[in-house]
Design a protein around this ligand. Structure first.
Ligand code: TXA
Ligand code: MG
Length: 354
């Protein structure tokens, strides 16, 4: 792929300079690619109504083109125009959760290019709650198709520096609005069928949705295959390539005290073999691990929102520190914990259940 000059503009998150926004919007209107902050992760944006521009997103990311993209809108009218008919629950959910980290999968309007939908008859739409994202969409005057702004398979970017590390020279511009808030991608909820289904857990939790939608279900793939207790505790060879740091990651799940014990033991084994070991831990557990390990903490167990906010940045930090193995503590898959466990399981090459 030819190398482009990637412009980098720093913007004030709450009061972005309109001149900068207009220049970025002009790039979008001309068919170019602009990375921008949202409240979840950074997105890689293109004009969502221009199939050729959207094809550029897949090339820049190295993403398989059958994986559909989310269209980002700045107002309700824009969302309505993208659907062949919004299901009644969609309006209710938009009122309640937009702008915010909820993507709604609805029947698509005909004029949406196939490059956005991956050939499906539905489309994912969301209104982000980030002032920079909203200003950019408004100035562009079109819905912006945007996946997370990482190279395919890498952890999603929560800072402009992560976007630069993955996509510098492959995209036209980056709007740097500082670190993102939620830190994990939006919840994807399919409301196109009989019953609403959560396809990806995220910032809006299952519990919040179940309050309003008693029939909402969670797609079984979200937590991967569950091992029964009498099975061997390890399930190696799960070939997940998503969100993956460079070093193989082993996720330890179950009762916290046993998790800490098992990680401490594994870390000691690996250190004795001369390996550089990384441990992803909650703060209160850090003192129990061997001193030779690289321990990165994700806040306290009682504050899973902090873990969500830090997770992807920490996975990238392990890469920069060149650890050879990563041992990660799991947590209860409740609230935002479900989204964290989904990402950790997908990043893991091995899961140990205790
Ligand atoms: O928070 C987010 O959602 C971020 C920011 C940039 O908005 N975007 C993001 O996009 O995470 P991406 O492309 O990395 O993930 C979109 C997810 C994919 O898992 C895709 O398969 C699913 O949404 N998706 C999109 N359209 C869909 C559709 N019509 N039906 C089912 N799944 C869909
Ligand atoms: Mg992504």
């Amino acid at each position: 792929m030819e190398t482009k000059t990637t412009l980098i503009w720093t913007v004030d998150k709450n009061n972005p300079d309109q001149n900068v926004i207009d220049r970025a919007a002009q790039i979008i209107k001309n068919g170019g690619l602009v990375a921008f902050p949202t409240e979840t992760v950074y997105g890689l944006g293109a004009n969502g109504l221009d199939g050729t521009a959207v094809a550029g997103i897949y090339r820049a990311k190295g993403r398989p083109s059958d994986n559909p993209l989310i269209l980002h809108v700045a107002d309700f009218a824009m969302a309505e125009a993208l659907s062949a008919g919004l299901p009644p629950v969609a309006g209710m959910l938009m009122d309640k959760f937009w702008p915010g980290p909820l993507t709604l999968v609805v029947p698509r309007a005909n004029h949406i290019p196939g490059q956005v939908t991956g050939g499906l008859d539905t489309v994912g739409i969301r209104m982000p709650s980030h002032p920079v994202a909203l200003a950019l969409i408004k100035a562009a005057g079109v819905p912006i198709a945007a996946p997370s702004a990482n190279r395919s398979g890498r952890p999603s970017p929560t800072r402009a520096a992560h976007v630069q590390a993955d996509l510098q020279g492959r995209i036209d511009a980056i709007l740097d609005g500082g670190p993102t808030g939620v830190g994990l991608e939006s919840t994807v909820l399919d409301v196109s069928g009989e019953q609403p289904v959560i396809l990806r857990p995220g910032g809006v939790t299952y519990e919040q949705l179940a309050d309003l939608l008693p029939r909402v279900t969670i797609d079984p793939s979200i937590l991967g295959k569950k091992l029964s207790r009498d099975q061997a505790p390890r399930s190696p060879g799960m070939k997940y390539t998503h969100y993956a740091p460079a070093a193989p990651l082993t996720l330890f799940e179950g009762e916290p005290a046993r998790v800490v014990q098992a990680i401490a033991r594994r870390a000691a084994e690996q250190l004795a073999r001369g390996k550089k070991v990384g441990i992803l831990a909650f703060e209160e557990n850090a003192p129990y691990y061997p001193r030779g390990a690289v321990i990165l903490t994700m806040g306290q167990q009682k504050n899973p929102a902090t873990a969500a906010n830090m997770l992807f940045a920490l996975l990238r930090q392990f890469d920069r520190l060149k650890v050879e193995v990563i041992l990660a503590e799991g947590l209860e898959p409740k609230g935002i914990g479900l989204a964290i466990m989904n990402r950790l399981r997908r990043a893991a090459g091995e899961i140990v259940q205790l």
